[in-house]
Design a protein around this ligand. Sequence first.
Ligand code: 13P
Length: 284
Amino acid sequence: MPLKNGNELLLAAKAGVYAVGAFNVNNIEQTTAVLEAAAAECAPVIIAVTEGAIKYAGEEFFFSAVPRMAAASSVPVAVHLDHGKKFEAIVRCIRGGFSSVMFDGSALPFDENVAKTKKVVEVAHAAGVSVEGEIGVVGGSETGVEATAAEATMTEPADAARFVELTGVDSVAVAVGTIHGMRKQTAKLDLDRISAIAASVPVPLVLHGASGVPDELYPQAISRGICKINIGTELQKSFTAGVRRFLETNPDVIDPRKVLRPGVDEMKDMVIKKIRLFNSVGKG
Ligand code: 13P
C-alpha cells in the first residue's frame, strides 16, 4: 500500500491505545527484517533512519529503494527521519520521499527549539509530511548528553503544552526516564509524568531510547499515552548476535547472503517481540 504519513499511523494508535514501533535501520538487511516482521504480524511500522544511517548507506538507497520497499508492503509503513538536526538534511529527506521527519532541537534553548521546529513544520506540512519535535532531553548517545544528565532534563508537562501549541508539531518526543543506547532493560519510567504530559498536549507522545525499557513497562507506558516507541540498540544487538553466532559455527562460509540472513532472522524475531508488546498486532 502507498507510504503512510507518520501522523496517520500515530493518530490511529492513539485512538486504539497501542504504539507503532519505530525501528532503526542502517542497510537493506535491517530494512528487510522490519518489513518482514510487520507483514508477519499485520502491524503498522515506522522505518526510522538517522542522518548517520543515510551517510552510511547513501541517499540513493534511502530515497529510492527504501520508500519503494515500504510502499510494496502489505501493511501501512512510514519512512521517518530520526533525530534530524540540520534543516537542509531534513528538506533533502522530504524531497527524497520520506513521509515523516523529526526535528530534534532538544539541546537548544526553548525559544530556539520552537523557532527551528516551526520552520520545519511549515516546510514539511506543505509537502504532506508529518513532523515530530522533542522537548526535554532524552540523553545518551543520540544527543551526546551524559546518561546521568537525563534525570535533570525530564519533560515538564507545561513546557510540552507550550511547545506543541507554538510549533504545530504532529507528535512530540518526551523525556520520561529513558536514555538512548541502553544495552540492558533497566530504565525506570516516570509513568505519572507520561500521564501528566498526555493530559496537557493533544498530539501523540513518542518514547525514545526504548531499548532500555523493561518489557512489562511498555503496556503501562502505552496505556498512559505513548503512541510511538523507538527501538534502535536492541536491533543492533540482535542483528549482530545472529551474524556472530552463525560465523562462530560456520567459519568457512564466505557468501554474504548466508552470513547476513541469520542477522535478519534474529532482528526480525526481536521486531516481532516488540510489536506484540506494543499491542500493534493486527492493526495494519
Ligand atoms: P535506543 O537505541 O536506545 O533503542 O533508542 C532508539 C531511539 O530512540 C532512536 O531515536
